[in-house]
Design a protein around this ligand. Sequence first.
Ligand code: FES
Ligand code: FES
Length: 398
Amino acid sequence: MNTVALQINRRAVEASAEPRTSLADFVRDKLDLTGTHLGCEHGVCGACTVLLDGVPARSCITYAAACEGADVTTIEGLDDDEVTTELRAAFTREHALQCGYCTPGMLVSARDLVLRLPDADEQRIRVGLSGNLCRCTGYVGIVRAVQSVIEARRARNIAPLADGGRTILGPAGSGRATSSSSEPLTIRQALVPASEGTAPVRIPDFTPATVLDQRFTLPHAPAQVFAKFDDIGGIASCLPGVSLTAPPRPERVKGSISVRLGPIAASFEGAARVERDPATLSGRIVGIGTDQRSHSATQGEIRYRLLPLEGGAATAVELSIGYTLTGILAQVGRPGLVRDLAKRLVAEFAANLDRHMSGASSGRAAPAEFSFWSIASDVLRARLARMFSRVIGKGGAE
Ligand code: FES
Ligand code: FES
């Protein structure tokens, strides 16, 4: 049992919790804040949504122990909140609830949309609320209520807040995560070049939410591959969707990655730093990026290790790709699909790199936009083919 000290609804709270206790159970059972509802307890329905450091987060899949020092607001803490008061009135007016079970989580997410969205765009409201499920009303009244509050506020010249007023980079609650600095890194600090700001620019270490291990081989000696990995421009040209936006320096590489996922196009602008260890032929690239359009942010790292093969004539490249994604794009990715996509992406990168190193290609080797959709279609086709062959195989065996 650990003691967790945090701020809940502007009140300092200290209580014991098992390492496995969720934030939802913590606020409900220890503090009697039962306005936070539990539906699926799997991070799917959104009934348990609270604000964690000002960002909507699912408390059923957030450990209370991970919220040490965090600022949590439950629906009870929004009693006097101006936006939530307007939303409550609009929900009543538009008949946006029946049993009310989803309503606390729905209001927390809706409040974030009201703060962020520049106008009452129905499509964006529906996408923004897609992580909150309602089992009884349908969504027409809910969307109409949110639309009406946004319209009323913009008519009163209340401007939207970029990122809902959020200033801390990374997933909800990550501002308190252990880092080399005691202060959380802000999005602006991270993206403003040192020459433009007064504070030195830091690219933080982080613990990725998802880690994928990949391996490929190249018909070139490890020393050659290691030297190639130092050619940042050349490596970037082999990565689909990646381009550099400034001359690279090892301590800071500025660039962007363009991603298309069906109708969602995102262009992450960001920066990375490169670390290399010639003694072990290994290295690490750690970076951060944000996409203003889809309000998505990412932190990522690639660790690599080169191992000799065939008596040193070839190289096995072991990659560990870790990332944390927040925002709309994070809602679309599914671990299995992302794993398959990463496999395809790495295979494409390996083929481009081999061509580049063999001198078969000069200039840009990879497409300027990484289309998840075209690769996803291939992946889905491959999955369907596997499924059918299993079914046919079974049928044949009977
Ligand atoms: Fe947390 Fe469903 S209870 S998302
Ligand atoms: Fe019943 Fe939404 S009002 S679940």
